[in-house]
Design a protein around this ligand. Structure first.
Ligand SMILES: [Mg+2]
Ligand SMILES: [Zn+2]
Length: 191
């Protein structure tokens, strides 16, 4: 069977607002960034399997439990489906601490490799998108393409850089076509 292409998305700082110096420990602390509602349907329409890969060290630090995280992700998926008609195809998380030596915590590529295995994805046609350089390093380790969300001028080993998820997505598809909004209108930039 022909392998599919995937997009691996970091969560905090990409899908939802990052809580500086803290963790999202409950649904009330989860604040969506607006681009995901526009971009997730476009990723699916372009034929990508979309998978979340997130470090959740707050579990190792006992600030939250795996059940708390599951409840957050269930609510997130419900809200995505309600507002965009789409949700993530898979969610992988690392509950371990920095020094655990696991191979799932980014900058290691374990979650990406696991996702590619489970969903039969061709890594060299797949993307890792994140707002930290450790996301890029994880993508490089897993041998997929990489895109960094960061301010202009931020040094990165990522293949492309954009200020937000929408800009990154526009660059990813930019080479081979236009972006259409839900009414079929052709857009060259932000809707
Ligand atoms: Mg992040
Ligand atoms: Zn881990």
């Amino acid at each position: 069977m022909r392998k599919k292409k995937g997009i691996f998305l970091d969560r905090d700082g990409v899908v939802n607002r990052r809580r500086v110096g803290d963790y999202v420990k409950m649904w009330e602390e989860f604040e969506f960034l607006p681009d995901i509602f526009d971009v997730l349907p476009k990723m699916h329409e372009a034929g990508y399997v979309v998978i979340l890969v997130t470090n959740q060290r707050g579990i190792a630090l006992q600030l939250m439990t795996e059940d708390d995280l599951s409840a957050i992700h269930e609510a997130m998926q419900g809200e995505l489906a309600r507002r965009s008609g789409h949700k993530f195809d898979g969610i992988f998380y690392c509950p371990h601490d920095n020094d655990s030596g696991c191979d799932c915590r980014k900058p290691r590529g374990g979650m990406i490799l696991q996702g590619a295995e489970e969903f039969n994805l061709e890594l060299k046609e797949s993307w890792m998108i994140g707002d930290s350089e450790t996301d890029i390093e994880a993508g490089i380790e897993a041998k997929c393409k990489t895109a960094r969300i960061a301010e202009e001028g931020t040094p990165t080993k990522g293949m492309i850089r954009g200020s937000d998820l929408y800009e990154v997505w526009t660059s990813i598809v930019g080479g081979r076509g236009v972006i259409q909004d839900s009414k079929g209108k052709i857009q060259n930039g932000r809707m």
